[in-house]
Design a protein. Structure first.
Length: 246
């Protein structure tokens, strides 16, 4: 007769003639995860892979960095962390975070509220990254003071962003013209990081301009193009395996 029970770590096991055999192994971070992972709004971020190390070095040494790679490689988090560090060190006067307001296959319809409330669902990932680094209360304070601005790509036209750290997230959902427009917003004493995954665009085939922009800018001095891969994914280990076949 087979009997089931729950182990001390929560995994369901079943009793067989040879003993207890795990039915489902629950994934957990490696033992060293807690030592390096950012917790409690600390001010130090360590790379979890060689690709992340190259990205951090590129952001530190170049005025424009383009980070390409699949979900979970830390592109947005590392870019936002660098922006926060630059702001707190007094290296820039403000942080500007922007991403395209593109629906990922769903139809959200006419959302209620003012313009900020309508755009909030699109910009939420950037808010989440900021809150993890600074805490929600501090983020609200800096937004109110104007030290942090979060806005969609369309709001950037006609501006010059001086003394700022600019992060363009989800750039694979921008057309060639949109990326060209936002790149030319770069002003004096500013740093810009463009992140995205060319293989995961929500635009129609051929409309995304990210890959072509990266190819054309890569030979230019003071522009870094960092390509991350499956080995740089720091989410659940299954994510890397899924992305390799999807």
């Amino acid at each position: 007769m087979l009997m089931g029970k729950r182990s001390s770590h929560g995994a369901v096991v079943r009793l067989t003639e040879t003993g207890f055999v795990p039915k489902v192994e629950r994934w957990s971070p490696p033992p060293t995860w807690g030592e390096d992972r950012e917790q409690g709004y600390l001010h130090r971020v360590r790379p979890q892979s060689d690709g992340q190390r190259r990205l951090m070095e590129a952001i530190e040494g170049c005025h424009l960095t383009i980070a390409l790679g699949p979900a979970g490689t830390g592109k947005t988090y590392l870019a936002v962390s660098a922006a926060v560090a630059a702001l707190e060190a007094g290296e820039v006067g403000r942080i500007v975070l922007t991403r395209p307001a593109v629906e990922a296959g769903e139809r959200l319809g006419f959302l209620p509220g003012d313009i900020g409330e309508k755009l909030a669902p699109y910009l939420r990932p950037l808010n989440d990254a900021l809150s993890e680094r600074l805490g929600g209360r501090r983020v609200k304070q800096l937004v109110t003071e104007g030290a942090i601005e979060i806005a969609p790509i369309g709001f950037m036209r006609g501006r010059t962003l001086n003394n700022a750290f600019i992060v363009i997230d989800e750039a694979q959902n921008c057309t060639y013209g949109q990326i060209k427009m936002i790149l030319t917003r770069l002003g004096w004493h500013s740093t810009m990081v463009v992140t995205g995954d060319p293989d995961q665009s929500d635009l129609l085939d051929g409309f995304s301009g990210l890959a072509e922009i990266a190819r054309r800018l890569e030979p230019i001095a003071n522009v870094a193009v960092v390509r991350l891969g499956g080995g740089d994914i720091v989410r659940h280990s299954l994510v890397a395996e899924m992305l390799s076949v999807l």
